[in-house]
Design a protein around this ligand. Structure first.
Ligand code: HSE
Length: 438
């Protein structure tokens, strides 16, 4: 290893700016015990005059990222531009040239993970993306490293700070989501296009990355279910159709709605559980009704929480700040430290099948589960119509909030269909089982 590694940063927005400021605050570079120090070689930005006005030294700035990546004075590339191109071309070029890459770009890793993993493996060059999931929470490294000998059964998570901020404020203050979204954008949590947050696209990208590091297989993020079922078909994606009344009705039944990313593996036997292949996976990112005592339900604001159930460890959870410049910069800087100490790629010890798209099952195919919905009073199903499933209700004026425990989707649909006015549809939110008291 040389005495120093020279780091090029591509992008100086919310996260890139925080990374550059961390370097500028340490003029001698980032000191790494047992490795070379890390020095800032240059920063590629779209508009250097704006970056100079923001206080970045002009001698570090360029508007030519490809030249910065190719420069003999660049040893490591940090990509914080976001989006697809030119990020994909720039990172592929860096990996092909044997220059380690750190990125926070969840869209890029989720959509082009197999090709980027192949490029990194071909030249034995580290590709690290801790900052792509959970902002400042260290989760990918423990999942793929410390837990690599475990067989993962389920990952359940809140991985989008913007939607969690919105749903938390709706439940706490009774505000509508458009109003709260503006706050989240002003705080620098939302994506450039907030549709990616509120429609669950950002969380699905993060779930695809978690699945690679937990189960070894790249999922196609576009096939992850983002629309909750409804009586007549499917509801709109993500949290876009969650209403204040549904949030209030859930609270009346001791529930809270959260955008939950969930991936699990079907493994019936110990032999299947011990196998080293991904198997069939079910994956979804939909608003889910959680009992208030569930730790995911108590994850508020921009915080994220990722829970991993695996054998032999049992259940472990990671929580912390899931968005924002300084928190996410922490993960980027941690990856740079890991590279300076000779750490490999983010998949660490987790074997992968980069070329094989894992089969995906529909998440609601399992027989009986719990549901939450809000229906006009005359449409409330009784236990008989639901095949004996328990029904809890709370009155909401003309509507009734309903929680069903233990019924299949088809049975709930059949029980509701006839009682609903023809022009009305009702979103059927999956609900988590109440956990038995400890
Ligand atoms: N828009 C993302 C969020 C940023 O709200 O979580 C962090 O990935």
């Amino acid at each position: 290893m040389p005495d120093a590694l020279r780091v090029a940063v591509l992008g100086a927005g919310t996260v890139g700016g925080a990374v550059v400021r961390a370097f500028l605050a340490r003029p001698d570079g980032l000191v790494v015990d047992g490795g070379p120090r890390l020095l800032l070689a240059g920063v590629a930005v779209r508009d250097p005059s704006r970056a100079i006005a923001a206080g970045f030294p002009h001698e570090l700035l360029t508007d030519a990222p490809a030249h910065l990546v190719a420069s003999p004075d660049t040893d490591v590339v940090v990509e914080l531009m976001g989006g697809d191109e030119p990020a994909r071309t720039l990172l592929t070029a860096a990996l092909e040239a044997g220059k380690p890459v750190v990125t926070a770009n969840k869209h890029l890793i989720a959509h082009h993970g197999p090709a980027l993993e192949a490029a990194a493996r071909a030249t034995s060059t580290p590709l690290r993306f801790e900052a792509a999931v959970g902002g400042g929470i260290p989760v990918l490294r423990p999942l793929a490293g410390d837990l690599a000998a475990n067989c993962v059964e389920r990952i359940r998570a809140i991985v989008n700070g913007t939607t969690n901020y919105i749903l938390t404020a709706m439940a706490r203050d009774g505000r509508g989501y458009g109003d709260v979204l503006a706050d989240a954008q002003a705080a620098g949590y939302a994506e450039a296009d907030p549709a990616a947050d509120v429609e669950g696209v950002d969380a699905a990208n993060k779930l695809a990355i978690l699945a690679r590091l937990g189960f070894g297989a790249w999922l196609d993020p576009d096939r992850i279910v983002r629309r909750p079922p409804s009586v007549r078909g499917e509801a709109p994606a993500g949290i876009t159709a969650v209403t204040d009344r549904e949030v209030t009705g859930a609270a009346a039944l001791g529930l809270t709605l959260k955008l939950v990313a969930d991936v699990s593996r079907s493994a019936e036997t110990d032999a299947e559980r011990a196998t080293d292949t991904p198997g069939d996976l079910a994956a979804s990112v939909v608003p889910t009704a959680l009992p208030l005592e569930d730790p995911l339900a108590r994850t508020s604001g921009v915080r994220n929480r990722i829970e991993v159930r695996a054998a032999p460890v049992g259940s472990v959870a990671f929580s912390g700040p899931g968005a924002g410049g300084p928190a996410t910069a922490s993960a980027v800087l941690g990856d740079l430290h890991a590279i300076a100490r000779g750490g490999g790629s983010s998949w660490a010890g987790r074997t992968g099948w980069p070329d094989a798209a894992a089969p995906l099952r529909p998440p609601w195919e399992s027989a009986d589960r719990d549901w939450f919905f809000l229906v006009p009073s005359p449409a409330v199903p009784d236990t008989g119509a639901l095949g004996g499933a328990a029904v809890a209700t709370a009155s909401m004026g003309d509507d009734i909030a309903v929680r069903v425990t233990g019924a299949s989707l088809e049975r709930v649909r059949a029980a509701l269909r006839d009682g609903l006015p023809p022009e009305r549809d009702v979103t059927l939110y999956p609900a988590e089982h109440r956990r038995p008291a400890a």
